[in-house]
Design a protein around this ligand. Sequence first.
Ligand SMILES: [Fe+2]
Length: 329
Amino acid sequence: MPILGIETLLYGVEDLDECTRFFDDFGLPQHARTDGMTHYRLEEGSNVVLRLLDDPALPKGFKDKGVKEITWGVDTQESLDALADRLEAHQEVTRGDDGVVRTKAPSGMNVALKLWSRKKVTYAPDPVNAPGHVKRLNVQRKWKTRARPKIITHTVYTVPSPKEEFEWYRDMLNFRMSEEQIGMGFYLRCDGANEHHNLFLINMNFGPLPGYPVFHHTNFGVEDIDELMVGTNYMTRRGWETGALGSGRHRIASALFSYIESPAGGEAEYGADSDYIDDNWIPREWNQVFATYSWMHKIPQFLGTDQKWQYRLHPSYVPNGAGDSEWEE
Ligand SMILES: [Fe+2]
């Protein structure tokens, strides 16, 4: 019953013009605009829709601005019906005339399911040179002037119980655990996707988070580090602020990141060069700070000291106990 990825993120925003300017600058391709709505469509066919917070078309849910509904794209009508039947056996579900199935996750996040044909997009980053490993001889790298995100890689929100929320996605929608970041939350992957994660569920009581469920950020995939940093430079030249972690490489997922503070709530993240995984992947358990970065261009003080190399196969996924699962420190 494969779910292929994020089909639509529906945002509730306070200032539609400002948020439209933000995502235009960020590089999302605008698909439609009306007085009360801006609609972006990415190359893979996924969508970002912005509506004002008091728009009756927004479902009730998390009180703050940000993503109000996540629509997951499902591969076939048969799969969609099977998932809807399973959900309906456990909780309230609505089936719209448009074929969209709607329900809520335990945190209250609105979750929808829709038939979707996710278009495969293919890019070819420039080969990388290293001493003795010359992959570009007499060839320059491509020059870029703007970022143009290709895919919605993942979205993130905070929850009272990451474990309960993860188990719901696992048991109701067949999501896989990719990793657990101890004290922080769970990284999940759709059963029909190979991105390292399509969803990250964060403990709402962690650190500076507000202590209630709230949207956190969305990751938009670009081709490579050049597109990621060119996009970041363009955003700061246009007056937008970089996020709390700035740019760098996470150790979890090996992913390059660059966060920009978003007027639509939380942050928007450019992402590149992440790990891709399938069902052969064994989830890991990670020390919080160790997982967060291999390097960053500016390390916040709260991440600066605790760099214990704690990392192991997740005990829940190691056959016959913890034999292969000692901490590597
Ligand atoms: Fe992210």
